[in-house]
Ligand binder design. Structure first.
Ligand SMILES: NC(=O)c1ccc[n+]([C@@H]2O[C@H](COP(=O)([O-])OP(=O)(O)OC[C@H]3O[C@@H](n4cnc5c(N)ncnc54)[C@H](O)[C@@H]3O)[C@@H](O)[C@H]2O)c1
Length: 229
């Protein structure tokens, strides 16, 4: 029987997740939580729609949850799910501050509930190939690694709002920090960064982060728990 998933947040990335799940025999979207009144264009009318996560948990209709709500809500939603015993996959980042994520990790351990963050780049075969070759020493000692990311279109104003997402450098930058740690098998111990008004495009109207940002890990610690071979 397919795992019954509750989708929390059915916007841009929620629709991407839903499209990927559609047709799977192993997992299905059994319920949705989203305050938007009409999701009919994305989801069949027979998928039940709950007003909040507590109502979803009480319904007893799901086995696990996928959180794709705006970032500012993640820590509260995930903690509620974990305390309700629901295994959870949360889109990145899992919270806006490290203390929020540590609280989720503690709740997950206390309740013995699995929680994962959707760092999907770890599952890209080409990146896994690079990782394996770095760890095998194919490139020798790595002194410099550069990551970049971009979108086809500017994300929504809410996504770019620092109060909602933490800002692009945080909301999207977590991918780069996760990727560097995972690829190189080392822990970052210090970060240096600078903001610049140099950009290749006109700023997005009302974008609080019209300036570009560059950040770089300054120091690395070898990870004792992850041998490099
Ligand atoms: N893994 C990735 O590469 C990736 C890519 C894009 C977005 N994301 C993450 O996904 C999350 C959503 O981003 P998006 O671009 O889809 O945003 P979006 O604004 O398009 O969609 C968010 C949806 O959540 C709903 N929502 C708002 N408050 C809610 C609540 N309290 N409970 C449930 N639903 C609520 C909104 O009505 C909306 O439909 C963000 O955290 C973002 O960082 C991850």
């Amino acid at each position: 029987m397919a795992v019954r998933l509750g989708l929390i947040g059915a916007g841009r990335i929620g629709a991407v997740h839903a499209a990927a799940i559609r047709g799977s025999s192993r997992v299905s979207i059994a319920a949705i939580v989203d305050p938007r009144p009409s999701l009919a264009s994305v989801f069949p009318a027979n998928v039940p729609h709950y007003p909040d996560v507590s109502a979803l948990i009480s319904s007893g209709t799901i086995d696990a949850a996928l959180v794709a709500a705006p970032t500012r809500h993640h820590h509260e939603i995930v903690e509620t799910l974990v305390r309700g015993g629901i295994p959870t996959l949360c889109d990145k980042p899992c919270g806006l501050a490290s203390g929020q994520v540590e609280a989720i990790a503690a709740a997950a351990a206390t309740n013995s509930v699995p929680v994962r963050v959707a760092y999907w780049r770890r599952h890209v075969p080409a990146l896994d190939d690079v990782r394996q070759r770095i760890h095998a020493g194919t490139f020798g000692d790595v002194y410099c690694a550069v990551t970049e990311q971009w979108d086809e279109w500017p994300p929504s104003a809410e996504f770019r709002d620092v109060r909602s997402s933490g800002g692009l450098a945080k909301d999207c930058g977590v991918h780069d920090f996760d990727l560097l740690r995972w690829l190189l098998g080392q822990e970052i111990s210090a970060v240096a960064g600078f903001a610049s008004t140099v950009r290749s495009q006109d700023p997005v109207p009302e974008d609080p982060e019209a300036a570009s940002f560059a950040g770089a890990p300054e120091r690395w610690d070898d990870r004792a728990d992850e041998p490099r071979s």
